[in-house]
Each structure stands twice: as structure tokens, then as C-alpha cells.
Design a protein around this ligand. Structure first.
Ligand code: SF4
Ligand code: SF4
Length: 344
């Protein structure tokens, strides 16, 4: 297997068009006003190769916002599992979002396995795309070590000007390359250019907060009683935007919905948010995270403490979406710096 191949920019459109002839291809597309979203494309011309993180991360293809799980028919005494999936290629996934998919994979293959997620994931080919520079001021991918590729893709594209150098990471990636017949083996000069780019990136990307990668967990271990949560309590409007756009938030609610005939119906799941007031409500009308401060704390702990305890990995990918979308201007980097200030 050739580990690195090259795709000339003039052949990019031919590559995407040939992929789109055999399966659905989704990629970042401009939606105006510096907004981007993953959408179905049939040609390379539709794709934004330079984009800031899309409004929703690619998790929408792995864990759809609404997914029917079962359908029942009482008269026929039938309960049928429903599995919704389609074969597709996701092109242009940045390293932060690759990390997000890796996090979701860890959760959904853990016991109890989520069969729907696993089958869907196995039908999706992932093509990563390197960020040569920061997307914008909200990104914090370096402190969580997601600014450089770290697996989780079939192919990985790096833009070197008039061509892409492409890392082939899996058999599926190799298949996509050989079927397209527009790639050439990478020569020593191109490999050197990739190395220089990575060197340059090491000088651009620096820890974006006043805490080192390895100390983030220590910071959050002692942050439970922090006053910072009280400040967020006053500002957060509990809209749930931050969790909906987060590539590693995966909470869902399950709802049974009978049809009007009261004989048939479906069970579906849809995304839920720990920022919504009823999220932690239990029988007797008790709510163990009634205050917005508690819910904000929970959101941060679910990124920097609990998953490290369980999976030895930060579940913040540094994509910056939560800060970019928050109408109360709550910024993740600021929150971390405020927590760090308290410990000084
Ligand atoms: S997006 Fe901002 S205001 Fe909305 S729930 Fe999240 S932190 Fe609160
Ligand atoms: S917490 Fe914010 S910056 Fe971190 S992964 Fe989620 S949306 Fe991205």
C-alpha cells in the first residue's frame, strides 16, 4: 500500500464527481455570513476547502438528530427494529472533528453497544482535511492536541498549494484512491513540503489557555466548588445551543409516539441537552441539576474530567463551536482561564 499519494488540484473535481456517482458524498459548503455546513455535493466546485467549523459537526451523520428505533403494530402483535443508514463519504473533516468522531466511537462501542450507531458508522468513509492555520479565535485545538492528524480517517488531505498530499490510512481509503485513478505516488519533494508545513504549524499552534494539556484534568478535579459556575449561572440562558453543536455531546431522549389509530406507532430518539432545565428531573418533581450553574459545571466536567476518568481522553476537541454559537457570549477558553486564575 502506497502510504502517501498526490492529487493535483485540477483533478479534485473529477475525484469528487467520481465518488458521487457511486455513493452519497457530503462536504463543507458555504451557507453565507461565514457559516458552513456539511451538505450533499456532486462536484468538487461546491466544496469550501477553507472553512471554519460547520454549524453542526459531522456527528449528525453518525447520530442523527432524530432516529426511529422501532415501529409497533398492536393488532398484529408486532414490534420491529428499524435501522436507518446509508453508504456515504464525508469529505473535508478537520482534525478536531475527527477527534469528535473518535470520542463518539469510544462511547457507542462501549457496553451496552449501540448497534444502530455501529452499523451506520461502518457504512461511512471519512476523508480528513488539514487546517494549515487557526480557523478563528474560538478554536482551542492545540491544548487538547487535536491540531495535527491523529488517525480516525480513511484518507487525509493536506493542501500544499497546487496539489493535495493524501495519507492513505485504511484499506477502504486505498480502494477509494485506486478506483478514482487520478492520484500519483508522492515523491520525496512533496513529502518534504508536508514536513515543512507541519513544522510551520508547530510554531503557529500554541496552548490557547493558561493551562497545560496535562494539567487540565487536575484543574477540573478541584473545580467543583468554583465561583466561576456562579458567574455562568447569571449569564447562561439555558438554550442548549452549546451541547447541540458539540461534536462529543451524545445525550438523547427516547420517546414513544402512537399514531392517531392508537394501534400503530414508533419509538424514536432525539438529541437532548443537559442545559435544558428538565434534563435531570426525576420522579417526585425533584431535579438534581436545577440551577444553570450546576448544568454548566456538568457540561464542562463532561469534557475535561468525567471522560478522562472513564476513557483517559478529553472530550473537548477544541473546535470552538460552543463559544461561537453562545448568545450569552460564554467562551470556553475564558472559562478555563477563569478557573485557572482561582487556583493561583
Ligand atoms: S449556548 Fe450559551 S446560553 Fe445557551 S446553554 Fe450553552 S452556555 Fe448557556
Ligand atoms: S466543548 Fe465546545 S470547543 Fe469543546 S468540543 Fe464541545 S463544542 Fe467544541
Amino acid at each position: 500500500m502506497q502510504q502517501f499519494v498526490v492529487l493535483k488540484k485540477e483533478n479534485f473535481d473529477a475525484f469528487i464527481s467520481s465518488l458521487a456517482q457511486t455513493q452519497k458524498v457530503v462536504a463543507p459548503v458555504s451557507r453565507g455570513y461565514n457559516n458552513f455546513s456539511f451538505q450533499e455535493v456532486i462536484s468538487g466546485k461546491e466544496i469550501s476547502l477553507k472553512y471554519i467549523p460547520t454549524i453542526l459537526p459531522p456527528k449528525k451523520y453518525f447520530l442523527p438528530p432524530r432516529e426511529t428505533l422501532t415501529a409497533y403494530n398492536k393488532r398484529e402483535n408486532a414490534l420491529n427494529a428499524i435501522l436507518e443508514y446509508e453508504k456515504m463519504v464525508i469529505f473535508g473533516v478537520h482534525t478536531c472533528d475527527l477527534a469528535g468522531i473518535q470520542c463518539l466511537n469510544m462511547v457507542f462501542v462501549d457496553k451496552p453497544k449501540d448497534i444502530n450507531y455501529i452499523i451506520r458508522k461502518n457504512k461511512i468513509a471519512i476523508i480528513g482535511l488539514e487546517c494549515n492555520d487557526y480557523c478563528d479565535e474560538y478554536a482551542s485545538c492545540c491544548v487538547v492536541e487535536n491540531h495535527l492528524p491523529n488517525g480516525g480517517y480513511d484518507l487525509f488531505f493536506t493542501d500544499l498549494g497546487d496539489a493535495f498530499i493524501v495519507h492513505i490510512n485504511t484499506m477502504l481509503g486505498e480502494e477509494l484512491v485506486s478506483k478514482a485513478a487520478v492520484f500519483k505516488p508522492a515523491d520525496a519533494k512533496t513529502l518534504k513540503s508536508l514536513e515543512s508545513l507541519r513544522q510551520m504549524k508547530r510554531s503557529i499552534f500554541k496552548d490557547e489557555v493558561n493551562v497545560k494539556h496535562e494539567n487540565l484534568k487536575i484543574l477540573f478535579d478541584s473545580a467543583f466548588e468554583s465561583k466561576v459556575w456562579e458567574d455562568l449561572n447569571k449569564r447562561c440562558v439555558a438554550c442548549g445551543n452549546c451541547t447541540n453543536v458539540c461534536p462529543t455531546c451524545y445525550c438523547f431522549d427516547i420517546i414513544d409516539e402512537p399514531n392517531l389509530d392508537l394501534n400503530t406507532g414508533v419509538r424514536y430518539r432525539n438529541w437532548d441537552s443537559c442545559q435544558n432545565e428538565p434534563f435531570a428531573k426525576v420522579a417526585g418533581n425533584e431535579n438534581f441539576r436545577k440551577e444553570r450553574s450546576q448544568r454548566q459545571r456538568h457540561r464542562y466536567m463532561r469534557k475535561f474530567k468525567y471522560p478522562v476518568d472513564k476513557y483517559s481522553r478529553y472530550f473537548c476537541t477544541g473546535c470552538g463551536r460552543c463559544s461561537r454559537t453562545c448568545m450569552a457570549k460564554i467562551k470556553l477558553k475564558e472559562t478555563i482561564n477563569d478557573l485557572a486564575k482561582e487556583t493561583k
